[in-house]
Design a protein around this ligand. Structure first.
Ligand code: LLP
Length: 419
């Protein structure tokens, strides 16, 4: 599943002792395993090889340039959601015809940049957006491919913040309106070519059934539209595959492929997948150092130098991330504790009620597991905390792929006005 394993009671990433990285780079630091990243990507690719899909890695999960380039080299395209991500894609010379662009709120500048870059298509999420793409494409003398993101109104059975395909969610366009677009309105938008349907029903989905339900609805819609003269050639089924954080038993890539492929086989559709977490989630950990062990009448707090600004998932979604000491001692006593950061919020915790060795002390290094997706990419400077460093491990070597921010970085864009 991943390449973070204990060897001689020390936690390694591939063949690199994680404590060595903490010593060399300092903490907090995100550490990624190249092998895990590529293995996960290839697992998915292999599972779907029968239909040779375009796998567009969802950059928002982890947009570090080195990470994205590794995946491009392995054959991935990119799923982007902003002009900033398009800029990153340009920096690593991503092939534009393997880039798809979703977002409910693309600005004029972003649409123009996407068209000029010649991306494969936009996943459009509203009628006014379709009209704007049509207008800008016309101004640029271009005909732009567009897929409509459909909101199929299905329950993804995941956290409500990461459920995206219920009718009350802001994402996508309902089926009825999508029909009207393909069979009516869209035909008048001469500068866009309506070529695909996109769905993305949510994230951290561990069962195949919600995907299947959404897909059945979508394929039926496509067949109906094509029978009425539409020319839908692409089916983008988004991301959302769940991973193991704790005791989940998510479907494997193979099981997912087995559920999906029969529904689209022989339909003359190019399948696009947009995995983020599945590729990067278990490929990274966050290393943090213990600052203080504070015993109170209520409980023990292990105060560490990483906080909600580094990894917001526990605070934001009450997400579970395993926390382990990078040194394992045999038969030690354990004590329950909360692992918390220095930020001035009671919601600033990385883990609650966890059993850590009772002898844990200042300067010990802990690893917060499964932090490769939506870790650094959701981090912030709250409390004027410089953002963490990022390191990539390849076997017994490691590379700094993003240096730690400095205090000067914090104020770089600020202007002290003269009074
Ligand atoms: N495609 C679209 C259109 C998306 O909106 C997303 C994620 C993905 C693909 C990739 O989904 P994945 O395969 O990673 O599940 N911050 C949350 C997750 C939010 C996901 C947003 N969209 C978290 O930390 O759990």
């Amino acid at each position: 599943m991943h390449d973070f394993q204990f060897k001689n009671n020390r936690l390694y990433c591939e063949n690199t002792d994680l404590e060595r990285i903490a010593d060399a780079v300092g903490t907090p630091v995100f550490v990624y395993s190249q092998k895990t990243l590529l293995d996960h990507f290839r697992n998915l690719k292999t599972a779907f090889r029968e239909i040779n899909p375009l796998i567009c890695y969802s950059m928002k999960a982890n947009s570090n340039l080195t990470i994205c380039r590794l995946l491009l080299e392995a054959g991935a395209g990119l799923d982007i959601v902003s002009g900033g991500e398009l800029f990153r894609a340009g920096k690593i010379k991503a092939k534009a015809d393997k880039i798809v662009y979703a977002s409910v709120g693309k600005t004029e500048q972003e649409i123009e940049a996407g068209i000029k870059a010649k991306i494969l298509f936009f996943n459009a999420e509203s009628i006014p957006e379709l009209e704007l793409i049509n207008k800008i494409a016309g101004r640029l003398g271009r005909r732009q491919k567009v897929a409509v993101r459909v909101n199929p109104d299905v329950e993804a059975r995941t956290h409500r913040y990461i459920t995206t395909a219920k009718s009350e969610n802001k994402f996508g366009i309902d089926i009825k309106t999508t029909r009207a677009i393909f069979l009516g309105l869209g035909r008048n938008l001469k500068n866009i070519e309506l070529c695909g349907i996109h769905i993305h029903i949510g994230s951290q989905i561990i069962y195949a059934q919600p995907f299947v339900r959404a897909l059945k609805k979508t394929v039926a819609l496509i067949e109906d539209l094509n029978a009425h003269g539409a020319a839908i050639r692409y089916l983008n089924i988004g991301g959302g595959l769940g991973i193991i954080y704790h005791r989940e038993k998510p479907q494997t890539a193979g099981q997912y492929a087995k559920a999906v492929i029969p529904l689209i086989r022989n339909k003359n559709l190019k399948l696009i997948l947009e995995p983020g977490r599945f590729v990067a989630g278990n490929a990274g950990v966050l290393l943090t150092q213990v600052l203080y062990v504070k015993d109170t009448p209520a409980k023990r707090f292990v105060i560490v130098d990483a906080a909600m600004n580094d990894l917001i998932r526990p605070s934001f979604y009450e997400a579970y991330h395993e926390v382990v000491s990078v040194r394992r001692e045999a038969r030690v006593q354990v004590k329950k504790c909360d692992i918390v950061g220095p930020v001035c919020e009671s919601g600033d915790f990385l883990a609650k009620d966890r059993r850590l060795p009772a002898g844990i002390r200042q300067k010990d290094i802990l690893a917060v597991m499964s932090a490769g997706a939506y870790g650094f990419s959701m981090s912030s400077n709250y409390n004027s905390r410089p953002r963490a460093a990022e390191v990539l491990v390849c076997g017994n070597r490691f590379y700094l792929i993003r240096k730690r921010e400095t205090y000067d970085d914090l104020i770089r864009n600020e202007t002290l006005i003269k009074k």
